[in-house]
Structure formats: structure tokens, C-alpha cells
Ligand binder design. Structure first.
Ligand code: GRF
Length: 201
């Protein structure tokens, strides 16, 4: 399967995918290109170091959010992805992007959805005082972190946890979950029926 990965930050989830693909010829997917909504991020450096094409589509370069979304969809479509993987991508994908790639966009979120959706899931879980949090890999729909859940993994919250420490510990689990899910989707195929995802195997 052809993957386009969208990033906005350090790109450790992207790196985990690249490492898994390099280590396992039978993984069943390869990253064709990496896109971002901003330049100057480690995620793009990781892509360039891996010799991959990159594209940057910045909101401020477009007259409206819709135009940005349309430009991002076109830039992504140029690589003819089978699956789009949003790995730490910090923008909400709009109508055109969803119309073009809906049902084939996977996102990873550092909380156990439906708890703590949005850009500060780790901070909010910590603030709420949960004893267990975790990460979720799901298909993207037209909501914010609301699409059908594919897999989740739990991470204990420790008494002295800061947001950064907890997020790092979640990310260690999250990158393994994402690599496992993307590989299975690519190799085994899948069905989405309402909120239920089935990966035959
Ligand atoms: C990940 O935890 C992702 O779920 C969240 O931000 C983090 C991005 O990490 N949105 P990276 O850019 O993959 O290192």
C-alpha cells in the first residue's frame, strides 16, 4: 500500500513507520511522501533524511481554510495514496480532503477516545486526574477525533507525571500501535461498517 504521512512536529510516529518498513520487507506498505502544514519541523527533516518527497501547505498561504484544505488534498492526491496517515498532524482536515480520502485516513491520538479529544488530550487527562490514559488509532471522519476506532492501548498515569513525561511515555506505546495497525490495514484490508472496523485475518 502507498502511504502519504502528514506531520506537524517531531515526526517520531513517522520515524517508527519508516523504521518498520526498512526492517520488514513484508510490512505491506511504504511511505511515498510526507506532507506538513508548516516548515522547519523535525518531521520534514526525517522525511528528507529518508530521501522522501515532501510538501508543505501552510494555512497562511491561502485565502481561506477551504482553499488550504483543497490545496492539501491536491498535494496529497498527486502521490496517489492508498492510505493517508495523520501522525501528529495538528490541523482539522476539511470537507474536500475528507471527500477525496475519507475512509482511508488514519489518525493517532494520545488519549483513550472518546475521552480527551483535541489538541491537548494529554494535558486534559492529567488535569482530570485519570489513573489510566493511553492512545487511540482511528479512521478520520468529519468530527474532531471522532472517527471509528481501530485500536487502543492503555498507559498508566504516574503520580509525579508532567504533561511532557506522560506524553513521551504514551508516544512510546503509540508508535508501536500505529505501526501495527497500518501494517495490518495494508496487508489484510479492512471494512468499516458504521463505527465498527473489521480487519479480516
Ligand atoms: C503524537 O502523540 C500525536 O498523537 C499527537 O502529537 C504527537 C506527535 O508526535 N498529536 P510526533 O510528531 O509523531 O513525534
Amino acid at each position: 500500500a502507498r502511504l502519504v504521512v502528514l506531520v506537524s512536529g517531531s515526526g517520531t510516529n513517522l520515524q517508527a513507520l519508516l523504521d518498520a518498513i526498512a526492517a520488514d520487507p513484508g510490512y505491506g506498505a511504504r511511505v511515498i511522501a510526507v506532507g506538513a502544514d508548516r516548515d522547519g519541523i523535525a518531521g520534514l527533516e526525517r522525511a528528507r533524511r529518508a530521501g522522501l518527497p515532501t510538501f508543505v501547505v501552510r494555512v497562511q498561504d491561502h485565502g481561506s481554510r477551504e482553499e488550504w484544505d483543497s490545496a492539501l488534498a491536491a498535494a496529497t492526491a498527486a502521490y496517489e495514496p492508498d492510505l493517508v496517515v495523520s501522525a501528529g498532524f495538528m490541523k482539522i482536515l476539511g470537507k474536500e480532503f475528507l471527500a477525496r480520502f475519507g475512509g482511508r485516513i488514519v489518525n493517532t491520538h494520545p488519549a483513550l477516545l472518546p475521552s480527551f479529544p483535541g489538541a491537548h488530550g494529554v494535558r486534559e487527562a492529567l488535569g482530570y486526574g485519570v489513573k489510566v490514559t493511553g492512545c487511540t488509532v482511528h479512521f478520520v471522519d468529519d468530527g474532531i477525533d471522532t472517527g471509528p476506532i481501530i485500536a487502543q492501548a492503555a498507559v498508566a498515569v504516574l503520580p509525579e507525571d508532567t504533561e511532557e513525561a506522560l506524553h513521551e511515555r504514551i508516544k512510546e506505546v503509540e508508535r508501536g500501535l500505529l505501526v501495527d495497525v497500518v501494517g495490518r490495514l495494508a496487508r489484510d484490508g479492512y471494512r468499516i461498517e458504521g463505527r465498527k472496523v473489521t480487519i479480516p485475518s
